[in-house]
Structures are given as C-alpha cells and as structure tokens.
Ligand binder design. Structure first.
Ligand SMILES: Cc1cc2nc3c(=O)[nH]c(=O)nc-3n(C[C@H](O)[C@H](O)[C@H](O)COP(=O)(O)OP(=O)(O)OC[C@H]3O[C@@H](n4cnc5c(N)ncnc54)[C@H](O)[C@@H]3O)c2cc1C
Length: 233
C-alpha cells in the first residue's frame, strides 16, 4: 500500500527497456571506502528485503540494476555501489548531491529470504547489499560468509557482528590477520568436512564466485534446489 506521501512524491515517469522509471530525489551520498558509495534516495514504493531497483541518470542510457541494502521499514531507500571509473552510470552517481534527480523503478525481484528453512548467506564485495536489507528487516541467517580483498570492504560488518556474532565469518583473500579466515569464501567452504544439507544457501556477488561456490556446495551434497543465486553483472 502506498502512503499519501508516497503518491504525492511520485512525479514524471518514462519507459526504458522493461522498466518504468520514476523521477526521484537524492537524499544523501557517502563514500564509505575507496570507490564504494552508499546512496540514499526517496522511498516512493514499498520494497521487500532482497528486492532490486533499476536506476538511470536520465533517458540517454539503459538503466542499471542495484540491490537495495536498506530495511523494509526505512524512511529512505539505500544502495551500496562500486564505482566503475569508465562506466556509464556509477561515475554520475558518485557525484550526486542531495536534491539531485535520478530515475528509479519500482522494487522487484525473487531473491527473498526464507522464513521456514534456516538460511546460509554467502556474499562477496557489494553482494552483501541484499543481506544487509534482510538483516535490517528482521531476518537472520544461521551463517553469513562475507568475502573481500581488503578489510575496509567488509561493509556493514558492525551490524553483522553485533547480530550474528560467531555466525558471521569474514573471509579476507588479500591479507592475513584482517579477517576471520585468510582466503576466499570458496576456500572456507572447501575446508569444511560437512555442511548442513537441509539449509537454504543464498549466494550473491559476481558470476565467477557464484558459479564456483554453487559447484562446491553441490559437490558437498547440497541439493541444487536449495541454492538461490543473485548474480551482479
Ligand atoms: C541483479 C543485480 C544486482 C546488482 N546490484 C548491484 C549492487 O547492489 N551494487 C553494485 O555496485 N552493482 C550492482 N549490480 C551491477 C550494476 O547493475 C552495474 O552493472 C554496475 O554498477 C556498473 O554500472 P556502470 O553503468 O557504471 O558501468 P557500465 O557502463 O555498465 O560498465 C561496467 C564495466 O564494463 C565495461 N564495459 C562496458 N561496456 C563494455 C563493452 N562493450 N566491452 C567491454 N567492457 C565494457 C566498462 O568499462 C566498465 O568497467 C547489480 C547487477 C545485477 C544484475
């Protein structure tokens, strides 16, 4: 259900590809690590934790897709993005100011948390975004594995540590001693003698990681239908 405020704030929309994009306003932008930004913008539609939105700076280019990292209950929406210096959209997003316009679709997607079956969440880099939205919305995994190459890229680690304690494992593939495990998430999984086979495994990040981890999980006995993937391409 839309609130009156939401309906009043929805302005111009246009169709680009498969998406209707709605004029939206930037609320804030913060660089939280080198080339990694948190962007807040107006909430025009309700979203579920795990949803994505399509975003464009204007009608000149195809929208790009971003996982929301904000709570279902948050006043504004938030994404975490990685600046691609030669990309079309992210250099423009990285220079936005509060009040600037950007175009955002209704939230959508099927990467939604399970409330019946215990979940394992596995992410690399900005792939942590939908899990942050899930945690902030009240969902908790039995285990979270987060992979990064430098300590500053364990985004939201304070939130995860506080809530998940020893069930939050940081796999640092770049340097020893700046994570809980020295190596990739795939190496951590490979090192386990047994995995809980009745759990549901949620994977989010770049294609190489998702495919490698999916194959490892299957080799260790996890059924294909218990693996849910969101690939950032
Ligand atoms: C479901 C989903 C969720 C996503 N969620 C997130 C998220 O939460 N955070 C996030 O940071 N990203 C996310 N992404 C990725 C995001 O949609 C964009 O792909 C990314 O931000 C790059 O946008 P850009 O316009 O700046 O770069 P682009 O213009 O798309 O370019 C990306 C890179 O590809 C190169 N490139 C472009 N065209 C070519 C070509 N023809 N040949 C060779 N190289 C080329 C560019 O030089 C650049 O390095 C998600 C993607 C999907 C599918």
């Amino acid at each position: 259900m839309f609130s009156v405020y939401m309906l009043m704030s929805i302005k111009k929309k246009y169709l680009k590809g498969n998406h209707y994009l709605f004029e939206n306003r930037v609320v804030d932008l913060e660089e939280i690590a080198e080339g990694k930004f948190l962007l807040w913008f107006e909430k025009q539609f309700n979203a579920k934790a795990g949803h994505v939105v399509a975003i464009a700076a204007d009608e000149s280019h195809e929208p790009r897709i971003y996982s929301l990292c904000s709570s279902e209950k948050a006043q504004n929406m938030q994404i975490l993005f990685d600046l691609k210096p030669d990309g079309v959209l992210t250099p423009r997003m990285a220079s936005l100011k509060p009040g600037d316009v950007l175009y955002v679709s209704k939230p959508y997607g099927s990467f939604l948390p399970d409330t019946e079956i215990p979940m394992w969440w596995i992410a690399t880099g900005t792939g942590i975004a939908p899990f942050r939205a899930m945690l902030q919305s009240g969902f908790k995994p039995a285990m979270l594995l987060h992979g990064a190459r430098v300590a500053s890229n364990f985004y939201f680690e304070r939130d995860f540590k506080l809530e998940l304690k020893e069930n939050y494992i940081r796999c640092n593939s770049g340097s020893n001693g700046q994570g809980d495990f020295f190596g990739r998430v795939s190496a951590w999984i490979d090192a386990q003698d047994e995995l809980p086979l009745s759990n549901k495994y949620y994977l989010c990040g770049r294609a190489l990681m998702v495919v490698e981890v999916r194959d490892l999980l299957i080799a260790k006995g996890v059924r294909y239908e218990n693996i849910v993937s969101e690939i950032f391409f």
